[in-house]
Write a protein that binds this ligand. Sequence first.
Ligand code: ATP
Length: 321
Amino acid sequence: MSAIRFEEVTKQFSGMPRTAVDGCSFDVDEGALVVLLGPSGCGKTTLLKMVNRLYEPTGGRILFDGSNIQDFKITTLRKQIGYVIQQVGLFPHMTVAQNVAVVPKLLGWSREQTDPRIDELLTMIKLPPEEYRDRYPSQLSGGQQQRVGLARALAGDPKVMLMDEPFGAIDAITRTSLQDEMLRLQRKLRKTILFVTHDVEEALRMADKIVVMDKGHIVQYDTPFNILTQPVSRFVHDLVGADDMVRQLSLVRVETAMVPIPDDYRRNGEPTIGCQDNLRAALSLLLRTDTPALTVLNEHDAVGILTLDHIRSSAIGKEQV
Ligand code: ATP
């Protein structure tokens, strides 16, 4: 069962000529990070805000663990959903620890439960608690504030995280390190995440799957690799910069492009590559070692195969656009 299911979800703001979100249907698997990507005004934020009912759909429905979100009390629904936005919205008069404790407090946790949780979260986001717990937001950099916003959203251990351009206001270098940090956390936490961005490189890097939107519609829903190599239209091709394939492949993780290892697969001394490595490294290894396939490892376990043919046949699709 999918963690979140969108069925023909539509949002028509009253008095607006164009439907903001128009008949969108897709499934988000549990533990997947799905990116909503598309140009400004295509409906990404509107779609996201319907999940925690900041907006109500005017058509269709959204299922959360199989139940219509309209059947939940809004407070019950929101307790299960973390929300991170670009303007972090930390309370300026509260310390870092108090900011992170907001959700546990709402959930009625005791101090004995909350204090260790705060320290655990601050350690997780690489802000050592002894140094940062008692600081105020104004004493933090923008990137650090964003990390605290992330810790706050994770504090109640929600099943689902909604992230709306979470790194949008951050400089490019800090942004890349926050993306790495987020991917590291996600490998550990395996939350179901919906992540809005209009930054293609961020989408290719972060996503297990990407929803490409245009004018309220979903135009393609697939892995970063397939979107890059087999864009369904000129619009998608141009949006993801498929002409700059080699550069873009350096952003895509091997695990999103490999085929799962068959049960009867016997390793035959192929070179190996990590599932978190990027496809450009994989391609270069394939070409350098002149082998037809790589075994993909997660830590020490073989989890997939990546072949040159697989990449090549996908790349042929691109020429048909
Ligand atoms: P961006 O990347 O610029 O944030 P987006 O893809 O997130 O854009 P939305 O914010 O979802 O786009 O907006 C989709 C459409 O709905 C736009 O045409 C926008 O003007 C309209 N819209 C969004 N919010 C409202 C609102 N509260 N009332 C009326 N129209 C709205």
